[in-house]
Design a protein around this ligand. Structure first.
Ligand SMILES: [Zn+2]
Length: 303
């Protein structure tokens, strides 16, 4: 890292420390707290019917999973149609993290009520319910669900939101063709952390990517990846197990089936809001701190 970059990083840290994100960061005392959560084994009693993404060949028993608007898709960038109605996505309010769980399928972070998204030509506001990750096997085997021109990124972050009338009830929202709005961020390996523009994204109507595969999701997939260290990407596939600590490591947590689709495109040339992922200086070499920072960034949702 050059001296200039290090200075930039520290400037970002000073700004970050003024931010209310610091509150949630301290509240859950990372990184030890996060480490124990990620190492936590699956609670079978809480999740009796695990539908592992590694069981994908057997999903034919769920009729929705062979529907006509299934997610993920391969986005064909040349065919993406610019759409002026696709305005910038906004995050509103903030809330605390309610729980972080290894649910045997992924790492899922449930948020208390309060965070909402709007804009982006969605029919109105949506309530943010949870976010979770998809990954492959370390930084060498990519595991994003969506692909762009056939490129699969190392990881993908999904932020799941429901229409207010469903009161954050996913089961009910999943019965409505636009009951759920999902935001997808690619996560890519990089030596320096950057920002993600919320003004550049692809849009299509799709589905949940796990059974019952309900075709109820308005998908927004951001063009620019969140850039993190190789160590952070490796952390997921080397720490999490499907079941107890003697069981298989949780790898290849993504739905691999996808079809080509020409999505709608917003690619604003003027500078829009950026979703800041600048890390404090001391986090650059610590994957646990990086991971915690990303989680708390969304926990406080001051994007
Ligand atoms: Zn997902």
């Amino acid at each position: 890292m050059t001296r200039a970059v290090r200075l930039d990083c520290c400037r970002a840290e000073r700004k970050w420390k003024k931010d209310k994100l610091q509150v949630s960061f301290q509240m859950l005392s990372p990184p030890q707290g996060l480490k124990s959560i990620l190492m936590l084994t699956t609670s079978q009693s809480l999740f009796p019917a695990l539908l592992s993404l590694t069981d994908e060949p057997n999903w034919s028993k769920y009729p929705n999973c062979s529907g006509t608007r299934q997610s993920p898709i391969n986005i064909v960038s040349e065919s993406a149609k610019p759409n002026n109605n696709l305005s910038e996505i906004h995050f509103e309010n903030s809330s605390n993290i309610m729980s972080i769980k290894n649910n045997g399928e992924t790492v899922q972070v449930m948020l208390e009520s309060g965070v909402k998204i709007s804009g982006g030509n969605l029919s109105g506001e949506y309530d943010t319910v949870q976010f979770h990750f998809h990954w492959g096997n370390g930084s060498s085997v990519p595991g994003s669900e969506h692909t762009v021109d056939g490129k699969r990124y190392p990881m993908e972050l999904h932020i799941v939101n429901t229409m207010p009338i469903y009161n954050r009830n996913m089961t009910q929202a999943a019965e409505d063709p636009t009951g759920i709005a999902a935001l997808g961020f690619f996560i890519e390996r990089y030596n320096l952390l950057g920002n993600v523009s919320l003004s550049k994204y692809y849009r299509y109507l799709g589905s949940l990517t796990t059974p019952l595969c309900n075709e109820a999701v308005v998908w927004t997939v951001f063009k620019e990846p969140i850039k993190v260290s190789k160590d952070l990407i490796d952390l997921f596939s080397t720490t999490l197990h499907f079941n107890d600590s003697t069981s298989q490591l949780m790898t290849n947590i993504y739905r691999s089936k996808s079809s080509d689709m020409a999505a709608g495109l917003r690619d604003s040339s003027h500078t829009g809001a950026v979703c800041g992922f600048n890390l404090p200086c001391d986090a650059h070499n610590d994957p646990w701190l990086q991971c915690w920072f990303i989680l708390s960034r969304f926990g406080a949702a001051a994007v």
